[in-house]
Every structure is written in C-alpha cells, then in structure tokens.
Design a binder for this molecule. Structure first.
Ligand code: C2E
Ligand code: MG
Ligand code: MG
Length: 426
C-alpha cells in the first residue's frame, strides 16, 4: 500500500526510493535447534536491528515467515546514493550478526539482503519487488550474510535458470541422462568393494553439464524425485547384470536428495524397483548429506529406520562440511561416514586437515562405523590414509568415474589378476 504511493510521490518530485529485501539465513535451523520461542525472538531481534540501522523514516514490513522489506525515500543525490546504501546495508547486516540470548542459549544469525532502486532498476512496484528479490537470491546463492544490488544480469541469470530447467526436463524425458560409476577400494586389500553411481547429463544443445550445476536446478522442482528414481532403477538394473555375469562389484552407493527421502511412497517405490530387478536391499547403500539429516530430525529418523530395517545401508556423504551434529551419528542408523574431499585434498601436507581426518577415523572406529575417504588424487594422500588404517577410498587416482561397461572390465581384470590399480596399493 505504502510503496505505490511513495513511488507516485517520487515520480512527481523526481525522487528515488531504495527497496531492501531481507531474508534470514537458515532460519529453519534456528527453529529446529533452539525451538520456536527462539525463532520468534530472532524475528523480533531482526526488526529491532532494522529499526536501529535504517533511517527513522524508513518503512519496515514483514512480508512472510522470515522475509522482511524496507523502503527509504529521502535519499541523497544520485552520485552518492550507492555509497550511502552500501553503508546502511553493511551496518544492518553487522547488527543482525551480533549474537543475542534466548533463554540460556547464545544465538547467532545472519541475513541476506537484496537492494533495488526506483527509478534506476524498476519504475513500478511489481518490478521493484521482483528485482530486489532477484538480488536477494543472488546474495543467498553467494553464501548469505551479504547484500547485493540489483543488476539486469540477475534477471538474465534467472531466465537462463528457467531455460536450463526445461532443457533438463526434456533431456530426462528423452532418456538422455547417463549413470557412471566410481569404484570404491578396500585400502587394505586393493580390491573393488563397491561403486558409487553418479548421474551425468550431456545436453545435445550445450554439451556436458556438471551435477553440481544441474542437481540444484532439479532440486528446485520435483524433477529431482523422478531423476532420483531413475538412478535407483538404472543402478539396480546394472547391479543385477553384474551379479549375473562378471560377479558383484559389491554394494552400489546411490546419492539421495532430501526431497526424494521426503516422498510419502519412497520406501514402496524403492522396494518395488529392487523386486523388479531381483536384487537385495543389502546390495545397496544410500548416501545422504549432513544437511539432509539436519532437517526435521524426527521424521528423518523414522524414514531411515524403515530403510535400515529393510536391509539398506546408510552413509553420510561429504562428512565434515555441514553441521556435524555428533548426536545425529547415534540417533540415525548410519553405517558409513564419507570424509569430504576437501579434507583429503590437503591431508598429506596440512596439519589441521590431517588432524580432522585422524579424528574422524578414530571416532568412526569407536562408533563401529566404516570410513570412506573421498577424492583421493595422489599416491601421497593414499599413503597417508593407509597409514591411518582408513577402511575405504575413492578418487581419481584410481581413474575417472566410468560407464558400466568399463567397470565390468575392471571387475573382470580383478578376477584374473591383471588389475593395474592393485599395484597402487601394493
Ligand atoms: P558426491 O556424492 O560427493 O560425489 C563425489 C563427487 O566427487 C563426484 O562429482 C565425483 O566425480 C567427484 N570426485 C571423485 N573423486 C574425485 C577426485 O579424486 N578428485 C576430484 N576433484 N573429484 C572427485 P560429480 O559426479 O560431479 O557429483 C557431484 C555431486 O552431485 C555428488 O557429490 C552428489 O552430491 C551429486 N550427485 C551426483 N549424482 C547424483 C544423483 O544421482 N542423485 C543426487 N541426488 N545427487 C547426485
Ligand atoms: Mg556421494
Ligand atoms: Mg561426497
């Protein structure tokens, strides 16, 4: 109500308006970790920060849940306006980042901020809000706790994202996605003891696209559920073939996304796929990231208990990069920890990363969990991990992820002792 009026006034007087669009980073975590009272207090604290950091005549509103907006209409002359707004934005985010107390806990939150200016970035309410929102999205994407000014390239990026999403859907419907496998080695024997299925997209229009670019797109829509189901189906089919011919490569690990796990009929659809291909649930391992575990813990425990009772093994992927709640390791029926590649990369020459790996391996041993080191690229990293008696490893040192046929060849070589990778582990 107030913004269109302010715009009309600015139009008559050649004035400017800055719109701030603010969203709390990981607000859900605060509710989940500290409870709803802490969530409410956080929202109140944020409004106080906005009151304090913004000029007195700023109009401040809450748009929904943890989203706030504010507009300011008596701005300095054009030459100075960006500087002035930069200063305001920095102060505001710094105020919000100050820790505060809720009952006995010290709570620390950050927020992200998108800024759009009338008339420079938009000349009506709808575009101004949309553009501030696009800037906010970009601030979030860059990791949060920052402000971003709108720029027309941001809308182009949004259009590009939409285009990519429809390309991905089309590719999926035309069965153009592929699965590759990365073998997992037993570091004490040098044997392949499993393989991780990794989805691949070669678009006929634009070539190879990395999973780290298209999985998040798929996750923004329900497409990730369909792709995920396809991966389970294809992985099961490949495994059934290996079991019939070249001997089993061991357990196949499949990455799950949160959305998939949250499907009501997830368990049924998984068990149907296994039955159709005649494979046992004990032949499959699901990989779940820490952030997936952190959401809605009660419900997640239930689903994972069901899967585990069925015989499926569960692994925590990229361990060490998210909120590693150690209690989660006890609460969830987890069998395996996969140490994130970032620690392995520097393990051989960075004392801190080495210490983390050592600690994770020790802890896993006490908790009777298996440990897999991800992303082994050099012989030095391999030696370091073997010295610590790390159970399993994967990585480019043993070759790039490969198509099913190549893995078949490698399994056969292993059977007749001509496998070259064994010498790495001699
Ligand atoms: P992730 O599950 O942690 O998979 C390991 C990633 O590390 C893979 O990247 C793999 O190619 C890469 N990698 C393995 N060894 C090395 C190494 O020695 N050096 C380096 N630099 N990289 C190595 P990729 O295939 O690009 O997949 C990225 C992520 O995308 C995966 O991380 C996983 O989170 C996700 N993803 C892949 N396939 C699926 C899928 O079918 N479903 C879901 N939900 N996510 C998937
Ligand atoms: Mg994985
Ligand atoms: Mg990983």
């Amino acid at each position: 109500h107030l913004l269109p009026r302010a715009i009309a006034r600015a139009r008559r007087s050649d004035g400017m308006i800055a719109l701030f669009y603010l969203d709390v980073d990981q607000f859900k975590d605060i509710n989940d970790t500290f409870g709803h009272l802490a969530g409410d207090t956080t929202l109140e604290t944020i409004t106080q920060c906005m009151r304090r950091a913004l000029p007195e005549n700023a109009v401040i509103g809450r748009l929904s849940g943890d989203e706030f907006a504010a507009f300011i209409d008596d701005l300095p002359p054009v030459e100075d306006v960006e500087d002035a707004l930069q200063g305001l934005a920095r102060n505001l985010l710094a105020e919000i980042a100050e820790p505060f107390n809720v009952q006995a806990s010290e709570v620390y939150v950050t927020a992200s901020l998108g800024i759009a200016i009338y008339p420079q970035h938009a000349d009506n309410v709808i575009d101004l809000l949309r553009n501030a929102d696009a800037a906010l999205y970009s601030a979030k994407k860059a990791g949060g706790n920052r402000h971003v000014f709108y720029d027309s390239a941001l809308n182009e990026a949004a259009v590009e994202r939409l285009l990519m999403k429809s390309r991905l859907r089309r590719s999926f419907e035309r069965d153009e996605l592929l699965l590759e496998y990365q073998p997992k080695y037993d570091l004490s024997t040098g044997q392949v003891t499993g393989a991780e299925a990794l989805v691949r997209w070669h678009s006929p229009d634009i070539g190879r696209i990395q999973p780290s670019d298209f999985i998040p797109l798929a996750e923004e829509t329900n497409l990730i559920v369909e792709i995920g189901e396809w991966v389970i189906d294809r992985g099961s089919a490949d495994l059934a073939r290996w079991q019939d011919t070249s001997g089993s490569p061991g357990r196949i690990a499949i990455n799950l996304s949160l959305k998939q796990l949250r499907q009501r009929n997830f368990f049924n659809s998984v068990s149907k796929i296994f039955q159709r291909h005649g494979i046992k649930p004990t032949d499959i391992e699901f990989e779940i990231t820490e952030s997936t575990l952190a959401e809605d813990i009660g419900r997640t425990v239930q689903i994972l208990e069901t899967l585990s009772a069925y015989g499926l093994q569960l692994a925590i992927d990229d361990f060490g990069t998210g909120y590693s709640s150690l209690t989660a390791l006890q609460k969830f029926p987890i069998k395996t920890l996969k140490i994130d590649r970032s620690f392995v990369t520097n393990a051989a020459d960075d004392a801190n990363d080495a210490a983390i790996i050592r600690a994770v391996i020790d802890m896993s041993r006490s908790l009777h969990l298996d440990v897999v080191a991800e992303g082994i690229e050099t012989q030095a990293q391999l030696e370091f991990l073997r010295a610590l008696k790390c159970d399993y490893g994967q990585g480019m040192l043993f070759g790039e992820p490969m198509e099913a046929e190549s893995l078949t060849r490698r399994l056969l070589e292993q059977q007749d002792g001509t496998d070259q990778h064994r010498s790495l582990l001699a």
